[in-house]
Every structure is written in structure tokens, then in C-alpha cells.
Design a protein. Structure first.
Length: 193
């Protein structure tokens, strides 16, 4: 059996989540610029969920160890920092794997800094939240692999390292963007609350 989260499902899910959040926040209205930023962040999170978790294949007849072998079970889990990065650099699709993991988390730190009440969140805390979120993704992938009896994703410490590098880039972009008109609009809107 295969569970998927089609991209067409993202839009209705996103609209539903956004409507619920608007209803919850009716007591404390927010400026349109801040709502738009939160809207974009929610959309990003839904796409991120689609990318990192789906599709999920469920194997019911054999256990994960029986399916891939006792020794190969650990092939789908990497606890050694930089091992996968070094191996991937010699492969043909290294750009997709390495750059994809970096780029995937640039918006995460950027959005949480932008949304956090006009950038009051410290850069270290944004980096910590990004690394923690990446760790939670990897832990969830491990749980999904075990629960589904199928190696759906490789659980890799290097993904956390690359995601954190992407978060640093997002923080740098936010830092340099603080003088822009977009940031000032969101900041002004957040301060009006």
C-alpha cells in the first residue's frame, strides 16, 4: 500500500488551515502584510511536509529487517557526520541531494525571523529552531520507516547539517533584507498590534 500527499491536496489543506487560523485570530486582528507572510509560511510548510514524508509505502508482510536484511537495515540510517555528503559529492546527482537539502531550509529560518514579531527572535534561536525542526523531520522519518516496515527515507545526520546550513543562509538573507521596504512593512504591521 502507498500513502501519498498529492500537490493538488496542498491547496485545499492550506486554505483550510489558513481559514482556521484566521477564525482563531479574529480577536486580535493582524495587518494584511503579516497575514500574507504567515500564509506563505504555511504554504511552505505544507510543501515541505510533502517533500520530506511522502509517498509512504507500507509493507505488511515482511518486517523491515526481513525486507532489506539485518545488516542493510542500518544502511538507511546514517549517524556519521559528513559520511553521506562525501559519498554524494562523487555521484552524478550531488547537486539535487546536497543543494536540495540546503535550499529546503532557507525559507524556514527566513520566515520564522520575519514572522516573529518584527524580527525580535534572535538569530541563534532561529538557527536552533531550524536544526530542531530538521531533527524532528529525521526522527519522524525513522518512525515512519519502522511503522511502515519499509525504508521510505534515509535517516541521515548529514541532512540535519545541510538543513542547518540552509537555515544559516536564510538568516543571512533576513539580516541583509532588514533595510528593505518589504521587511519594514511587515515590521510596521507587527508593531501595530
Amino acid at each position: 500500500m502507498c500513502i501519498n500527499f498529492p500537490y493538488l491536496f496542498i491547496i485545499p489543506s492550506f486554505i483550510l488551515i489558513w481559514i482556521i487560523s484566521l477564525i482563531i485570530r479574529l480577536r486580535k486582528p493582524k495587518p494584511l502584510t503579516l497575514l500574507f507572510t504567515e500564509f506563505a509560511f504555511f504554504l511552505y510548510i505544507l510543501v515541505l511536509i510533502k517533500i520530506v514524508f511522502f509517498p509512504i509505502v507500507i509493507q505488511s508482510k515482511l518486517s523491515l529487517t526481513e525486507l532489506i536484511g539485518e545488516h542493510n537495515h542500518f544502511y538507511y540510517v546514517n549517524y556519521h557526520p559528513f559520511k553521506t555528503i562525501i559519498l554524494t559529492l562523487s555521484s552524478a546527482n550531488w547537486e539535487k541531494q546536497i543543494l536540495g537539502n540546503i535550499v529546503m531550509f532557507v525559507p524556514f529560518s527566513f520566515f520564522i525571523l520575519l514572522i516573529s514579531q518584527s524580527g525580535k527572535l534572535k538569530y541563534r534561536k532561529a538557527l536552533f529552531l531550524s536544526a530542531l525542526s530538521s531533527f524532528i523531520i529525521e526522527a519522524t522519518q525513522l518512525i515512519i520507516n519502522e511503522a511502515s516496515n519499509f525504508p521510505n527515507r534515509v535517516v541521515d545526520i548529514d541532512d540535519i547539517i545541510l538543513n542547518s546550513a540552509g537555515a544559516l543562509i536564510g538568516i543571512a538573507i533576513f539580516h541583509f533584507m532588514q533595510k528593505s521596504k518589504i521587511y519594514n512593512l511587515v515590521k510596521k504591521g507587527a508593531n501595530n498590534n
